[in-house]
Design a protein around this ligand. Structure first.
Ligand SMILES: [Fe+2]
Length: 275
């Protein structure tokens, strides 16, 4: 891969910003493909119906990686199609399962920063070739550093979006896959003079923790879930979902997770793992 995130997109909303995070869709090579028995096109559609049913459309969607499972086929085109019903721009970054350069994904998806008058969103690529775990290469840390400088200069709050989490979530088998150089990340974001919130995917479960004045959030997958607090790989029975965030001009953050409740997606709970 590489996604080569670049450029800025300005959101016109100068008031509270509503963002939706959609993550880990794992669309298979062909429509209707299954991951541990879940049709991942179908579960994504159910989650996006929930987003569509929100009383007001979000200002933007942030797609935090693992859009495709391995062997993408037309997964990226199907993902773009699935998003068409939602009248908001969507910005994508890659996860460890992705291989989505500009030959398969529209250039305007890979935006580095998204701004409104009060918030700056920076999208980071934590993917490493042929590795499951995350790492921020020098150019990604540079982009983060520039985003922090700009947020400070412009008096903005900062939201960082990336695939791999920075903090352990309590699963021994997953936690070593978090960003390996998280201390370099922390050194940068600690320079921020305003609010900082970090959203990640990869762990297929929700978490919300604060460390050193930085809020770290993870979000359910739109397909299978990983059971929380496990030593070894274990799939959970929670429903697919997404996260919403309301980011106020003051820096106040409201956030929550919504899950599909009107349909069931039975998962193969006895699975010993997947790649
Ligand atoms: Fe992942």
């Amino acid at each position: 891969m590489s996604s080569a995130l670049r450029g800025n997109y300005t959101l016109n909303n100068g008031d509270t910003l509503t963002l939706v995070q959609v993550t880990d869709a794992h669309l298979m090579g062909v429509r209707g493909g299954r991951l541990l028995n879940v049709d991942t096109d179908d579960s994504l559609a159910a989650v996006l119906e929930l987003v569509e049913a929100r009383p007001e459309p979000p200002d933007a969607l942030l797609i935090t990686g693992d859009i495709a499972g391995d062997g993408a086929g037309d997964a990226y085109q199907r993902f773009a199609q699935a998003l068409e019903a939602i009248p908001a721009p969507s910005f994508w970054l890659p996860g460890n399962h992705d291989d989505c350069d500009e030959s398969v994904v529209d250039r305007e998806r890979f935006i580095r920063t998204v701004t409104n008058p009060h918030w700056l969103v920076v999208m980071l690529d934590s993917q490493q070739t042929d590795e499951v775990g995350g790492y921020l290469a020098a150019n990604e840390l540079d982009a983060l550093s520039q985003a922090v400088d700009r947020a400070n200069q412009e008096g903005k709050h900062l939201l960082v979006a990336l695939h791999h989490p920075l903090q352990p979530v309590g699963c021994d088998w997953l936690d070593p896959q978090r960003v390996a150089n998280s201390s370099a990340f922390e050194l940068e974001v600690q320079r921020c003079r305003n609010q900082v919130v970090v959203i990640a995917g990869h762990v297929h479960q929700e978490s919300d923790q604060v460390s050193g004045n930085i809020r770290y959030l993870t979000t359910p997958s739109t397909c299978i879930q990983f059971a929380p607090n496990q030593v070894n790989f274990k799939v959970g029975d929670q429903a697919p979902g997404y996260r919403w965030l309301r980011l106020a001009p003051s820096g106040e953050i409201e956030t929550g997770v919504e899950r599909v409740t009107d349909r069931e997606f039975p998962v193969d709970l006895d699975s010993g793992g997947y790649l």
